[in-house]
Design a protein around this ligand. Structure first.
Ligand code: NAP
Length: 675
């Protein structure tokens, strides 16, 4: 968001005006402006080196802000609808795009806008455009935070005291009920815009990614448009027309060195590596180690070490590493065959909306093979709008009807989408295999599929012990579906096949800072709860505490609650953990869920250790950490903690909940959980 800096307030005190002539005032103003300019410029320069490892927005697009006036763009192209998005993984942006595209049906020509690239103070002027409407598709991220690209807008409406009277708006939130701060950002923005005088045209919509966010979105959208038409007195929507957002340009003659081969943004950035490294400019890290951690059973868990020497990237214990995976070769080939495509064709997709700052959906020109391998999420479960567009390419009427039905909001359609697509985990390749008459052109498939996102892992090493290596602990994702297929996780399959024969095997990575930190004072005792791969960041914590002890520092008690299925199969890092126990650095409590008839989980051990937990947390003001599955384990563990605090700390349940909230605020309770 662009804000203009003025030197107002730095001027001359009113009472002293009489002592200064006009020329003095002008000279003084020039001097102050010069000083302010110099100060701001030098401060900006000072800040720049820190960016070498700062975390950039993770939604990757190749856009650049050319003109941050969205009002100018709306006016110049006769539009009245602007859909802003706050998106970390691309879904918010996708929803915004769908809404903007649909506007035309209701005579509200729309555009999508990234708040980070806009001067959001222009919202004050939106009312000057007839039938204008601002929609916000906002994701909530982390501990109830706005996404990186919506941060500045969020702060502006939070702190600013602007009058937004006359601004028509609606908000749709993207969240996940597994997390405590469900849709916090959208709920706040919806309320705050009203407080600032804006006019809510339709009620807040909340999408739950733990259930079916697509369903939530299309259901909300279905009531949103009639409400909008009602508000503006627009009579009836036109027929739904499917419009392509991008046009295809085949470029057989383009110079080979102008063709993108998997770069995230800058051409040749993978061959010609230049720091600072971040989400748009990842570092090609060599895989130094890739070994199996499981000793038995039918699953695989990998211990991977990535070299970051020479990258100028640094990490802190508890941070995350992000990796850009590539899709499975055979799946790419299959998709090419199903679309009758020559995967080596060089092409560009060019936005038909010339006002959009996003010229291409991914780096272009490129080949279909590169696009399907590096840029597109081909194993994701397609959303309904993709099915709707694919339906147009069915020569068989029954198959066309099936796809259309699944994309509709009828109860039967939704049910069918749930069972045929979601429960059966059918991706676009499976759909084209099973709907045999559907043969879309490959370029349209490339337009429809979401952008391949980086995958995040909790770093499982200590930065103090391994400053130039990042360790990752990852379970291979692989499962059978009801259609008899085996679905494989993109990133873990990609990693599984990359054994370090030399430094040749490299992965594009960047570091993302986290809030998951050891206590500042090493003497502070800690309790860590991390079953399965939830152990990852704690391995880093314990390494760090051992390192400090080796340096002669006094280190507080470190208690780990770990859980796995069987001691003999998936007790990962067993030898290391036992070594730390022997050295007196670690107290280990392990729950082997399947080693006896009745399941034993980490929370059962916590419950048995109520006195110990109270001593560490209540009496010695220790820190409590959870890492792993958000949906069940983390909820159960938190509930056990409430129980322990209320029984041992003599609190009511409500007080115990408050106690944990206070611990959270003091950074004494932290969770690094996923769902
Ligand atoms: P795991 O091997 O599946 O589980 C570790 C241990 O936790 C097992 O003993 C398991 O017991 C137990 N467990 C199961 N339900 C529990 C509960 N409600 N409370 C406490 N313990 C419980 O662990 P994992 O492979 O590391 O995966 C953990 C979870 O996170 C899985 O759901 C996995 O799909 C998910 N995961 C997600 C990501 C991601 O990035 N999205 C990455 C890795 C893992 P039983 O199996 O015997 O019941």
């Amino acid at each position: 968001m662009a804000t203009e800096r003025t030197i107002e307030g730095a001027g001359v005190p009113v009472g002293e005006e009489a002592f200064l002539g006009l020329l003095d005032v002008v000279l003084l103003a020039v001097l102050i402006a010069g000083a302010a300019f110099y100060f701001l410029r030098s401060r900006k320069k000072e800040e720049e080196p820190a960016r070498s490892y700062s975390i950039q927005p993770t939604t990757v697009c190749t856009t650049s802000a050319t003109d941050n006036s969205f009002i100018k763009k709306l006016k110049a192209s006769g539009r009245s609808l602007v859909v802003f998005y706050g998106s970390q993984t691309g879904t918010g942006e996708e929803f915004a795009g769908r809404l903007a595209k649909e506007g035309i049906r209701y005579r509200l020509k729309g555009m999508v806008a990234d708040p980070e690239e806009c001067d959001m103070e222009e919202l004050l002027q939106l009312k000057d455009i007839t039938n204008s409407l601002a929609v916000f598709c906002l994701a909530t991220y982390g501990e109830g935070d706005p996404t990186d690209n919506a941060m500045e807008f969020y702060e502006w409406i939070t702190n600013g005291d602007v009058d937004l009277t006359g601004l028509n708006y609606a908000v749709f939130g993207l969240g996940n009920k597994t997390y405590e701060h469900y849709n916090k950002v959208a709920i706040y923005v919806d309320k705050r815009l009203e407080e600032l005088g804006a006019n809510r045209v339709f009620e807040l919509g909340l999408g739950d990614d733990d259930a079916n966010i697509e369903d939530d979105f299309i259901t909300w959208k279905d009531r949103f448009w009639p409400a909008v038409c009602d508000h503006f007195g627009i009579e009836g929507g036109g027929e739904e027309v499917l419009i392509r957002q991008y046009r295809l340009l085949e470029q057989p003659d383009v110079q080979p060195d102008r063709i993108y081969t998997g770069e995230i943004a800058r051409l040749h950035s993978l061959q010609n590596q230049r720091p600072p490294f971040d989400a748009k400019n990842p570092f090609l890290a060599p895989i130094k180690v890739n070994r199996e951690l499981h000793k038995g059973g039918d699953r695989s868990c990998m211990h991977i070490e990535l070299g970051i020497d020479g990258s100028k990237m640094r990490y802190d214990t508890g941070d995350h590493v992000a990796m850009y995976p590539v899709n499975d070769k055979s799946l790419v080939e299959k998709l090419g065959q199903l679309c009758n495509a020559d995967l080596d064709t060089v092409f560009s997709l060019i936005n038909t909306d010339t006002d959009s700052s996003k010229k291409h959906p991914f780096p272009c020109p490129t080949t279909y093979r590169t696009a399907l391998t590096h840029y597109l999420e081909i194993t994701a479960i397609p959303r309904t709008h993709i099915l709707k567009e694919l339906a147009e390419y069915c020569s068989d009427d029954n198959e066309k009807e099936l796809l259309r039905n699944m994309a509709s909001i009828s109860p039967e359609g939704k049910e069918q989408y749930q069972s045929w697509i979601q429960d059966a985990c059918r991706n676009v390749v499976h759909i084209l295999e099973d709907i045999r008459s559907c043969r879309p052109p490959i370029d349209h498939v490339c337009e429809l599929l979401p952008r391949l996102q980086p995958r995040y892992y909790s770093i499982s090493s200590s930065a103090k012990l391994h400053p130039t290596n990042v360790h990752v602990t990852a379970v291979l994702v692989e499962y059978n579906t009801s259609t008899g297929r085996t679905n494989k996780g993109v990133a873990t399959t990609f990693l599984k096949n990359r054994k370090p024969v030399s430094d040749e095997i490299k992965v594009p990575v960047f570091i993302r800072k986290s809030q998951f930190r050891l206590p500042t004072k090493p003497e502070t005792p800690i309790i860590m709860v991390g079953p399965g791969t939830g152990l990852a960041p704690f391995r880093g914590f314990i390494q760090e505490r051992q390192f400090l002890r080796d340096e002669g520092k006094t280190v507080g008690e470190s208690i780990l609650y770990f859980g796995c299925r069987k001691r003999s199969e998936d007790f990962i890092y067993e030898t290391e953990l036992e070594e730390w126990v022997k050295k007196g650095t670690l107290t280990l409590k392990a729950a082997f869920s399947r080693d006896q008839a009745k399941k034993v989980y980490v929370q059962h051990l916590l419950e048995q250790d109520a006195d110990l937990i109270w001593k560490v947390i209540g009496e010695n003001k220790g820190h409590f950490y959870i890492c792993g599955d958000a949906k069940n384990m983390a909820v159960d563990v938190r509930n056990i903690l409430v129980k322990v605090l209320s029984t041992r700390g003599n609190m009511t349940e409500a007080d115990a909940v408050q106690y944990i909230k206070k611990m959270e605020a003091q950074k004494r309770y932290s969770a690094d959980v996923w769902s």
